[in-house]
Design a protein around this ligand. Structure first.
Ligand code: ATP
Ligand code: MG
Length: 390
């Protein structure tokens, strides 16, 4: 495996920002430091829409650093670099060695050089020409394409020389924390972790709320949600997970409301609780994993009734996606295997056989009057929530 001496991060969309760009870059640098900080000491320097990440001590696992950086939003590309002596022989030799680690069969390449040290005897085009010649001579199956190369080899001559040949795609999006905060209703299913990931990708910091109904939902169901929050947190930085006790409210709904309205009323109360927790955390939106028509509680009429319970904007990034498309993302972000573990969810217990697919809001509001002191129950559920820092 190739050794890595330095990692160059190319910023994505934030490089298009105007006057606010330094703020976004600062946030990205902070998130990069948080992602790799416990691997060892690093220097992180900004320069022209790029971040240079350099280890300041020996023995740091740089491969692990690269794999963590692939999950940091705001990065378009990740280019690991190898350092070498500042003479043409070393530069050429190192560039050829770097190419040997890459699959070059039937591919094209181009060398680009930057000479920061103007005392270096060759200028940038000369460096590129020499390095390109050495690569062509030592590697078969490669052709030069100066317009649209498959592989871009970059040589930078600074205090030392650096060769960049590999390039990985970054996670894209905007640095988490650069676009405010929202509260994610996180269940143990497939959809809500994907929904949280999608909104975090746009730079939004997440809090998460999980409704837990012991003894009807087990500790293992709760652990599964904690595991999902941990996976999402690899992209979204730290998350406060609120585990809200929901049993008393659910039992009261079951006792006082017609069966076919259970799910939508339960969903409305979840939204009201999540909104209050959101306000406490300065979150300005809620996020759910709902998708039109996926189940009876996600028909257009049911979504209307759920939405009417709160005044905060509700983001539903999966709303127009087919289940298969959501599954694809969950596999990509590594939540799928955890989501499909078979522990029960509080919505799957007591599910009515014939839920109303076209619930009427005025009827629901009437039925909800039967609930015992619902405002008090909501307050007490929030007071008794367990907060887990993930
Ligand atoms: P998911 O795969 O996200 O569980 P789902 O298809 O199972 O979604 P529902 O159970 O109808 O759908 O839930 C719709 C949305 O309501 C979820 O995406 C989630 O945002 C929220 N939700 C459902 N149950 C809970 C829960 N126990 N705690 C927190 N949020 C929940
Ligand atoms: Mg669910």
């Amino acid at each position: 495996m190739q050794k890595i001496d330095l990692i160059l991060l190319k910023c994505g969309e934030i490089s298009l920002k105007g006057l606010n760009r330094p703020k976004f870059e600062q946030k990205l640098a902070e998130n990069v430091a948080a992602a790799i900080g416990n691997l060892g000491k690093f220097s992180i320097k900004k320069s022209q829409s790029m971040l240079y990440v350099e280890p300041l001590e020996d023995g740091i696992n740089m491969q692990e650093a690269v794999s963590r950086l692939k999950k940091v939003f705001g990065i378009a590309n990740i280019c690991p670099a190898v350092r070498c002596d500042k003479d043409m022989e070393s530069i050429k030799k190192t560039a050829v060695e770097c190419m040997k680690n890459i699959d070059c069969t039937d591919r094209t390449f181009k060398v680009e050089s930057k000479r920061e040290d103007k005392k270096f005897p060759l200028n940038s085009p000369q460096i590129s020409r020499e390095v390109g010649g050495a690569i062509l001579k030592n590697m078969s199956g490669l052709k030069v394409d100066v317009h649209n190369p498959d592989i871009l080899v970059q040589v930078e001559v600074r205090k030392e020389a650096y060769i960049f040949a590999e390039k990985f795609s970054g996670a894209g999006g905007m640095p988490v924390g650069s676009s405010g905060r929202a509260a994610l209703l996180l269940s143990g299913g497939i959809d809500s972790p994907v929904a949280g990931w999608m909104i975090a990708k746009r730079g939004v910091k997440l809090d998460a709320v999980y409704f837990h109904s012991p003894p009807y939902t087990s500790e293992r169901a709760k652990d599964k949600v904690i595991d999902l929050a941990k996976i999402v947190a690899k992209y979204a930085r730290n998350i406060n997970l609120y585990v809200v006790p929901f049993t008393d409210i659910q039992l009261d709904i079951i006792e006082k409301c017609p069966k076919n309205y259970l799910t939508v009323i339960m969903r409305r109360i979840m939204m009201r609780i999540a909104e209050k927790i959101a306000v406490q955390n300065n979150d300005t939106a809620l996020i759910t994993g709902e998708s039109i028509g996926q189940v009876a509680s996600q028909t257009m009429e049911a979504l209307y009734c759920t939405n009417s319970a709160v005044s905060m904007p509700v983001f539903r990034p999966c709303i127009g996606m087919d289940k298969e498309e959501i599954v694809q993302i969950s596999k990509k972000i590594d939540t799928y295997e955890t989501s499909i573990q078979p522990y029960e969810d509080c919505c799957t217990i007591f599910v009515p056989k014939h839920p109303k697919t076209k619930p009427k809001l005025d009827e629901i509001i009437e039925v909800e009057k039967n609930l015992t002191d619902i405002d008090g129950m909501i307050e007490s559920a929030i007071e008794n929530a367990e907060i887990i820092n993930i």
